[in-house]
Design a protein around this ligand. Sequence first.
Ligand code: URP
Ligand code: ZN
Ligand code: ZN
Length: 495
Amino acid sequence: MSGHDYDLVVRGGTLASAAEVFEADIGIKDGVIAALGRNLPRGAEEISAKGMIVTPGGLDSHCHVEELGQDGTAQEESFASGSAAALAGGTTSFICFLPQWKGHSLAASAPGYEARAAASRADFSFHQIITDPTPEVLEKEVPALIARGIRSLKVFLTYDPLRLDDRQFIEVLATARKHGAFVTVHCENFDAIGWRIEALLKAGLTDPLQHAWSRPPVVEREATHRAIALAELVDQPIQVFHVSCEEAAGEIAAAKARGLKVWGETCPQYLTLSHDDLVGPDFAGSKAVCSPALRAKGEEERIWKRIQDGTLDVVTSDHCGFSFATQKRVAGSSAYGTGTAAARPDGTPMFNAIPNGVPGIETRLPVLFSEGVSKGRIDLPTFVRLSSANAAKLFGLEGRKGSLAPGADADLVLWNPDAERTIRQADLHHAIDYTPWEGFSAKGWPQVTIRRGEVAVRDGEVLAQPGSGRFLARGPYALARPRGVVPDGFDAASA
Ligand code: URP
Ligand code: ZN
Ligand code: ZN
């Protein structure tokens, strides 16, 4: 017995929750928030948060860590390195992906992947990717997964061999509805992209910028519309992942206005980068290749507007671990690409065979804080909703993560709002060899990250050890509870 009411008191900070900003001390006991108030009694340990803004730890509900693709392409980020980077950037929990390899059961895909996650320093959970929704997968494996607390599914409407056709997507939606899972969707039209790629390659256009030309906003808008329509058909809640353009955001806004259970996610790359970043010497544009693609300069402000009007609910990193030297500029590593090993004379890949995705698990929150809060685009409660609280609601972690209320896990970030930093690859903790935000000026930086009451990072030094993160099993919740085979009213309507 220490003789103290609290193991740790974070004292004198300005607290920002999803709803308000207020001054209080935080008393922590056994890894959870025990009390909020002014002049709390001394704890066994004390941290001064004077002059700091204290937010809940970030929840990054979309990142790819140590994923092993069916084509053998490995994401170079390990759970130990990716979680160190996450914590250094103020993210205390993340949700990454259990792959399904086409032609394989869920259990037989990417063997050992789930066990490797035990090396994480941050808390973690999984979405299950469904690429091959056989009756066995839908009727046996998905319910077993849900029973283990993995209550969210991810489907792709593009990429070969990951994509589902409409009928398969409907089957996944119906399974989620029946057994109680949430569904997330990558929305782009595969055939439209294929047609554009062929035309561009025939014209001899092979640069990274042409990746964006091959998948213009209409391709994303069409698939977003279709995903929402099919989710409406089944009456199944969905989140549209990584919205990059106003055209797709407009579909989500219209669905929300009609009362549909549709949520939108975007990422810092769509808020700060553009076509300009897809161009550069020595194939540098490949560093910013991701799907959906970056858009023409100016589109970023339209995405900010969709954050401000509540259309987009969550900002995630969509972190991908493809280094520039070993994967982005090397023909043959086609993960999440649309082509095979097509090489140009200098050995770099054609645009359609560049691995898709950018690293950003560490920079997600500093970029959002700087561009959002410091530049006055969003207030602090909005920052908290985008960075953790809304994801906690959507993915069954409400009350536990993304909250400063007593009873929540004591995941906290102490932000120095005045710290001015230039983002440099050399200072980051990820295992990837570049950042698309190299040279970016940020105002506001996480000084201390606390995960379940323990100081995980202080002044950039990661103290949390590999293996100290915990798996977050998720029980049934409002958006993911079993609701029968067919939509409400179906029987009445057909009677
Ligand atoms: O380009 C991206 N986003 N790569 C990662 C896979 C995905 O689509 O989420
Ligand atoms: Zn995606
Ligand atoms: Zn992704």
